[in-house]
Structure formats: C-alpha cells, structure tokens
Design a protein around this ligand. Structure first.
Ligand SMILES: Cc1ncc(COP(=O)(O)O)c(C=O)c1O
Length: 378
C-alpha cells in the first residue's frame, strides 16, 4: 500500500531527539527552532517525561471513559493551578481540531444559535466546523461549507459589533496569536472590547490557544497579556509534548449534561500521564519564564537585522517577515545550517522552538541565520 501523498517532504528522517536537538538517520544533528509545528514544549525525550510514559505504559495504557480515571482529575487540578483557571472545567480529546469542534458545539448548545464569527487568516483545524472557521478556501470541502461562519478583519471592533448586534452569533473564535496566518497579534484593546461585546450580545468567546498557549507567549495563555477571561479556551500541541492530546477549558457557566460531549480515546491514561509530566517540567524548570526571557532576546536581536522587513511575536512564537519569498532561505537553513524552522504564507519564517531553548541555543540560531542571510536574495 502506498501512503496518501499529501505532504511535501524534506528528504530527512529524524530518528532521535534530545532537548532542542534532533538527529537524522545518518547521525546529523539539527537545532530545532520549530518543535515539529509547536508540539515539543518540554524538549525532545525529556527524561522525566519518558519515565512517566514508561511507568504508565507498564501499568495501563487505556481504559474507557465509563470508569473513574483519577489521572484526569490530577491533570485538571494541576492545569487549573498553573494556568490560573482553577474554577473552569476540563474536557479532554485528542487533537486541536477536535478541541475547537467541541468548543463550537458547546457554544451552539449553550446559546441555541448557529452562526460563528472568525477572523481573516484564522486557522482552527481541518475537520467539519473547525475548517469552516479557517480562512483558507483551499482546505474547505463543499460538505464543510455550510455558511455558518463569517470572517471579519482582525482588530476591527466595529465589524464585530455590527455582526454580533444581529443577535444570532453563538461564538466568536480567535487565536491568542495567529500562527498559520503569519504571527498576527490581536491587540489587548481589541480582545478587551471583544470580551465586552460578547457579554453584551450573549455570544460565547472562544480563545484558540492551540499554538499560542501552554507557555509559548511568555504567559501561560497569550490572551492573558490582555487581562481577559474567555468563556472557553482550547489547547493541544504542546500539552503532551507529542503524545496526541487536546483539551477544552470551560467556564463554570456551562452546565454539563451526560452524553452531550464524548470520545473514545480522549483523556486516556497514557495521554494523561504524558500531560501531567509536561506540567511537572513546566513548574520545575520555569518554562513560561524561560520562553519570555529567551523570546525577548531573540525578538530584540532579530529586530536589529537589516535584511528583515518585520519581526512579530511574543515569547517563543516569532514571525520573521522578509521582502522576498522565504522558501529558499528556509531550505538553506535546514540543509546547510541544520536548523529546523517553519513558514507562514510565502514571506514569513516561523519560529516555534521547544520552550527549553537556552540563550546559547538562541544565539547559535542567530549565528546560523545570519550566515544564510549573507547570500540571500542576491
Ligand atoms: C491555532 C490552531 N488551531 C487549531 C489547530 C489544529 O490542531 P490539530 O492539527 O491538532 O488538529 C492548529 C494546528 O496547527 C492551530 O495552529
């Protein structure tokens, strides 16, 4: 059987990882400034994480959500404390798209409405309503295109006001910082006004923190820079450092009903053990503070590089916008300098490293990046 060929691949096979480094099948070492799409939070194969998964796998990998799984409550307690959302409720699933599906579904159940507001350049996943709320017609199939979603310009509160005043919008969904859209940051003022407008019109405010959350921005959630509290927060990616997991944090105003949401694999024992180990490491190693400190350093240094058009970001979620397309630059970074980075659109290099990135590793990246820039665009 052939693989369904939907991914343009670099001809590199990564077989091993440690901290912020990965190694290919020939033993070549790569500095990882991408964390495999922002997934690696505590570093590759962190010893505490590996030990926790090993011990849990030896005990029990899975049993269904029809019996008590105290690991789920342990995770909820820890996440509530670390994130500042102790009073919220936790629903566990397996991916980011699934987190957003459940968040939107909950908003629709709660309000008995069906329209959703999303924003230009938004990315919320590839399934059903999550993809309909994604601003990329190329990945929305006819069956997903049900006319439920209206896209508005980011940071335009007048457009939001006009739409919400129609009284039929169940949810506004917004990323803490847009990732796929090229590291676009909603202003604090916009998020605060959005909170007010949603309250005024009985609309549920959903913060998609799948890429920008879990410490990446230098706060636990990126929206915490604006001092707001959403009704629902979605997370995935770094939550279990590569073990597939997603979660929905739900305000106390939503009352659960048996059977309303559900999943086979969500919140399984192995996933919970991985996610608890991740939060242990966050606390032991001060990773949110590290993301802020090392991120500030990178942002400052990158801002001083003349070939760069604009640097955007917070913490270890950084977009480097160039005048020219970055495809060749990214390939040279990988093939010649052995540095993994990502892209957004045609002109933005995206940095989403593990949150354990050290100052020395950040400087090593800057050195290799500058070497690539020497001949770029000539
Ligand atoms: C902001 C955001 N939301 C949702 C998703 C979808 O997550 P998943 O690929 O785990 O379904 C992504 C993935 O890149 C994302 O960046």
């Amino acid at each position: 059987m052939k693989l369904f060929d939907v991914y343009p691949l670099f001809d590199i096979e990564i077989v091993r990882g440690r901290g912020c480094y990965t190694y290919d099948s020939h033993g070549t070492e790569y500095l990882d400034l991408y964390g495999g799409h922002a997934v690696i939070s505590v570093g590759h194969s962190h010893p505490h994480y590996v030990q926790a998964i090993k011990e849990q796998a030896e005990r029990l990998v899975f049993y269904s959500n029809s019996v008590v799984n105290s690991l789920q409550q342990r995770l909820a307690d820890k996440l509530g404390r670390v994130s500042g959302y102790d009073d919220y409720q936790l629903f566990l699933i397996n991916s980011g798209a699934e987190a957003n599906e459940n968040a939107l579904k909950l908003a629709s159940f709660h309000t008995a409405r069906r329209r959703v507001v999303s924003f230009s350049k938004a990315f919320h996943g590839r399934t059903s309503l999550a993809v309909e709320a994604t601003d990329n017609p190329r990945i929305v199939s006819p069956v997903n295109d049900n006319g439920n979603v209206t896209f508005l310009p980011l940071n335009d509160i007048y457009a939001v006001r006009a739409e919400l005043s129609k009284g039929d919008v169940c949810a506004v969904i917004i990323e803490g910082i847009q990732g796929v859209g090229g590291i676009q940051i909603p202003t604090a003022e916009f998020l605060q006004q959005l909170r007010e407008e949603c309250d005024k019109h009985g609309t549920v405010l959903i913060l998609d923190e799948i890429q920008s959350g879990y410490g990446r921005s230098g706060r636990f959630f990126a929206h915490q820079w604006a001092g707001i509290r959403p009704d629902i927060i979605t997370v995935a990616k770094g939550i279990a450092n590569g073990f597939p997991m997603g979660a929905v944090l739900i305000s106390p105003k939503f009352k659960p009903v048996y059977g309303m949401l559900g999943t086979t694999f969500g919140g399984n024992h192995l996933a919970c053990a991985a996610a608890i180990a991740v939060l242990d490491i966050f606390e032991q190693e001060g990773l949110v503070e590290n993301a802020r400190r090392v991120g500030d350093h990178l942002l400052e240094e990158l801002a001083g590089i003349p070939q760069i058009k604009e640097v955007r970001g917070r913490g270890l979620m950084i977009g480097i916008e160039m005048e020219q397309p970055v495809k060749e630059l990214r390939t040279r970074l990988l093939m010649e300098q052995h540095v993994f980075t990502g892209v957004s659109g045609t002109n933005v290099i995206r940095l989403l490293p593990p949150l354990v990135l050290t100052m020395e590793q950040a400087d090593e990246f800057l050195r290799r990046f500058k070497l690539c820039l020497e001949n770029y665009g000539k």
